[in-house]
Design a protein around this ligand. Structure first.
Ligand SMILES: C[S@@+](CC[C@H](N)C(=O)[O-])C[C@H]1O[C@@H](n2cnc3c(N)ncnc32)[C@H](O)[C@@H]1O
Length: 413
C-alpha cells in the first residue's frame, strides 16, 4: 500500500503495530475501512475471506440472548437495559439477537442496542443488516468510539465477538538473548522486517509481567503483543457502571499463548478462506489477526475494577446455555446440524474460542453460561497463582466423534 511506503520513506521504519493499523484501518485503503463499501461487505461471511460464529448459525446469537436474559434478571430488569456490542462486523450477531429478543415484547421494549464501530463503511453495512429495526425509536443506535461514551454510563452488558483479534499488535522477537521489536522498512519496492532495539516502555512492562509469571520467551521466538486490548479493557471498565462484560475471541492464557508451540507468534493473514503467514502480501486486501492473551486482558480489567466472573471456551459456554436443546429434532446429516457442530468442535471453534466474563457493580454472579466449568477459570484471577493455566477441556461433547462440517476455515489455527 503506497500510503504505508510513503510514511516509512518519510520517517524511517515503523513498528509492526503501526503497519497493521494502516493495513486494517487506513481511512481509504485499510481492510476494514473498504469493507462495507459496495463490494466490500462480501469479504466477511461464509463466502468471504473468513467467517465468524455469527456467520455459522443463528443459534449463537440466540444462546447469547439466553445469557442476556439471566443478566437482565440479575440487574432487576432495568429500563433501559443497554447492550453494547463493539466491533459488530456486518451486524449478523446483532440481527440474530434482535430477532430473538423481539419474541418477547416486554424485553424488546426496554432494550437499547448500541453498536460501536470505527469503520464508517462497516457501520453502513451494519445499518443495512439492521434496517428493519431502524423505525423503532431508541432500539438500535451507533457510536464511533468507546472513548465517546460518558464514564459509568452503562447498566447492562458489554459484548464483543472477535474484536480484540482485530486490534493491531506489536511484535517482539528474542535475538541473541535480547528482546527486540519488529519494525517494518521499505526497500526496493518491498516491505522488509527489521528487529530494532526495544524502546517501548509499555512493551517492556508487558514482558516483565510475563517474566513474573515464569514465562520465558525462547531464542528466536516471536511474541505478538496486543497493547490496545489492555487500554480497551480500561475503557470498558470506565464506561460500565453496573453489569457484565462478555468477551468472545480466539486466544489463550499467557502460558499457552507464549509457550513453545507458538514460537512464531499467532499473526496470520486471511484472504478468500486462505491463510497466509506473510503480512506483507496483499496489504489492505487481506485481514490480519492475532490470538488474544486473555491473562493480560483479565489482569488489566481487574486492575480497572472488572472482576473475573469466569473464563471458559465456546463449546462449554454454548453447551451450558442449552445448545443441545437447539439441536433436538435436527437430522445429524443436515446442514443445520453440521453448522451448529462447527461452533462446538473441540479441535476448532469450540475450544480455540474463549469466553471471558467479568462483572462490576454487583456481587459475583453464578451465570448459566459458566455452568460447565470452571475451565482454567482460576488461572485468570490475578490474585491467584497463574501457573496452572494450561488448557484442559473440562468436559467432552456428549456424543460420538464429531463429524467434519464444511470445508471453510474460521479465523484461527
Ligand atoms: C473481525 S471483525 C468482527 C466481526 C463481528 N463481531 C462478527 O462476529 O462477525 C472486527 C470488527 O471490529 C471493528 N473494530 C476494530 N477496531 C475497532 C475499534 N477500535 N472500535 C470499534 N470497532 C472496531 C472492525 O471494523 C470490524 O467491524
Amino acid at each position: 500500500m503506497k500510503a504505508i511506503a510513503a510514511e516509512i520513506m518519510a520517517g524511517g521504519p515503523i513498528p509492526f503495530a503501526r503497519f497493521m493499523e494502516l493495513a486494517l484501518y487506513h481511512p481509504i485503503h485499510g481492510y476494514y475501512m473498504r469493507m462495507g463499501s459496495d463490494d466490500g461487505a462480501r469479504h466477511l461471511g461464509g463466502d468471504g475471506d473468513f467467517y465468524t460464529s455469527s456467520d455459522v448459525h443463528a443459534v449463537f446469537g440466540r444462546l447469547v440472548v439466553r445469557q442476556l436474559r439471566q443478566i437482565d434478571e440479575l440487574l432487576g430488569h432495568p429500563t433501559p437495559l443497554t447492550l453494547i456490542e463493539m466491533g459488530p462486523g456486518k451486524g449478523a450477531l446483532a440481527r440474530d439477537m434482535l430477532q430473538c429478543c423481539e419474541t418477547d415484547p416486554e424485553l424488546i421494549s426496554r432494550l437499547r442496542y448500541l453498536l460501536i464501530e470505527r469503520s464508517p463503511a462497516m457501520r453502513a453495512a451494519q445499518q443495512r443488516t439492521l434496517d428493519r429495526w431502524a423505525p423503532i425509536p431508541g432500539l438500535v443506535s451507533w457510536a464511533e468510539s468507546l472513548e465517546s461514551l460518558p464514564s459509568e454510563s452503562l447498566r447492562g452488558v458489554f459484548l464483543s465477538n472477535e474484536l480484540l483479534d482485530a486490534f493491531p499488535v506489536h511484535r517482539v522477537r528474542i535475538v541473541e538473548g535480547t528482546a527486540r521489536e519488529l519494525a517494518v522498512d521499505y526497500q526496493e519496492g518491498r516491505f522488509v522486517e527489521r528487529a530494532l532495539p526495544l524502546t517501548n516502555q509499555a512493551l517492556r512492562s508487558y514482558l516483565d509481567r510475563l517474566r513474573d509469571m515464569d514465562i520465558t520467551l525462547a531464542e528466536g521466538q516471536t511474541a505478538d503483543i496486543n497493547l490496545l486490548s489492555l487500554a480497551w479493557m480500561r475503557e470498558v471498565a470506565r464506561v460500565l457502571a453496573q453489569g457484565i462484560v462478555l468477551t468472545i475471541d480466539y486466544g489463550h492464557t499467557a502460558q499457552d499463548l507464549f509457550g513453545p508451540e507458538r514460537r512464531n507468534g499467532t499473526l496470520l493473514g486471511y484472504r478468500q478462506q486462505m491463510l497466509s503467514e506473510d503480512p506483507y502480501q496483499d496489504v489492505g486486501l487481506q485481514d490480519l489477526t492475532a490470538h488474544v492473551d486473555f491473562t493480560a486482558v483479565a489482569t488489566a480489567g481487574d486492575e480497572a475494577g472488572l472482576a473475573v466472573t469466569g473464563f471458559t471456551n465456546q463449546m462449554s459456554f454454548l453447551m451450558s446455555l442449552g445448545v443441545e436443546q437447539e439441536m433436538e429434532g435436527l437430522e445429524p446429516g443436515s446442514r443445520e446440524f453440521q453448522s451448529i457442530i462447527q461452533l462446538l468442535r473441540p479441535e476448532g471453534m469450540g475450544r480455540t474460542f474463549k469466553v471471558l466474563i467479568q462483572h462490576k457493580g454487583l456481587p459475583c454472579p453464578t451465570l448459566e453460561g459458566l455452568r460447565f466449568k470452571p475451565f482454567f477459570g482460576s488461572a485468570l484471577a490475578p490474585s491467584q497463582a497463574m501457573g496452572n493455566g494450561r488448557e484442559a477441556i473440562g468436559r467432552a461433547l456428549p456424543s460420538s466423534p464429531l463429524p467434519i462440517a464444511h470445508s471453510l476455515s474460521p479465523r484461527m489455527s
